[in-house]
Design a protein around this ligand. Sequence first.
Ligand code: SF4
Ligand code: SF4
Ligand code: FES
Length: 248
Amino acid sequence: MVTPGKKVKTFTIDGKDVSGTEDQTVIEVCRENNIEIPTLCHLDGLTEVGACRLCLVEIKGSNKLLPACVTKVAEGMEVLTASDRLKNYRIKILELFFSERNHICSVCVSNGICELQNLGQKLGMTHVHYPYLFPKVNVDASHERFVLDHNRCILCTRCVRVCDEIEGAHTWDIMGRGIESMVITDLNKPWGDSDSCTSCGKCIAVCPTGALVEKYKNAVDKTSKYKKDKLKFLPYLTTMREVKNEQS
Ligand code: SF4
Ligand code: SF4
Ligand code: FES
């Protein structure tokens, strides 16, 4: 979508001539042109963090692979989204996600609707070549309605962003570094003791895996109030806020 007042850049994606405004990212232009790129940390309506690296693309002239969700378009750039090199990297990235925590899909409440599992199937991941780390991590079931299972967390930070940017509660955060990183509530209190959590359930709806789920419900349960299709308002809300900020 052309943003008024912004310069238009023309370039190619997989050999196709495309255009976008200077404030757009490669992934936005890909989506507008029905060019599919796998994503996990990206969610329409939330800020981009470039955490999962699944959306990596090749750009002619750069010896690095760049994440499409945080790379702005530029005049004359030549983007490749589906080379064999990228396909191999994406499968390796998925395998690393699986091996980092304890992902046993057959006994997971998100089996069948998990974005990580779906991407594994879609991108042709057949097995995990890396040794599983099997870390000993907790399940926090202290909240009266929701459960956090660190075993399934891929640290995409969607929960952190939706809670801060949309609900305005900022209950979630990330603690630690590298492989020790964990999502936490408040200052690492049990979730049930959190003073800031409003129990809105937005974090449950955005979580791509079985890490954040409703208690006593299988994630495929159609009666759940916390489904991703209930979050289609997020981009609209973000746009309205931007317009309001520009006007004030
Ligand atoms: S979170 Fe997804 S990938 Fe992980 S065990 Fe559950 S269904 Fe499988
Ligand atoms: S709990 Fe879910 S939404 Fe939050 S960082 Fe982990 S995987 Fe992402
Ligand atoms: S979607 Fe781009 S890095 Fe995760």
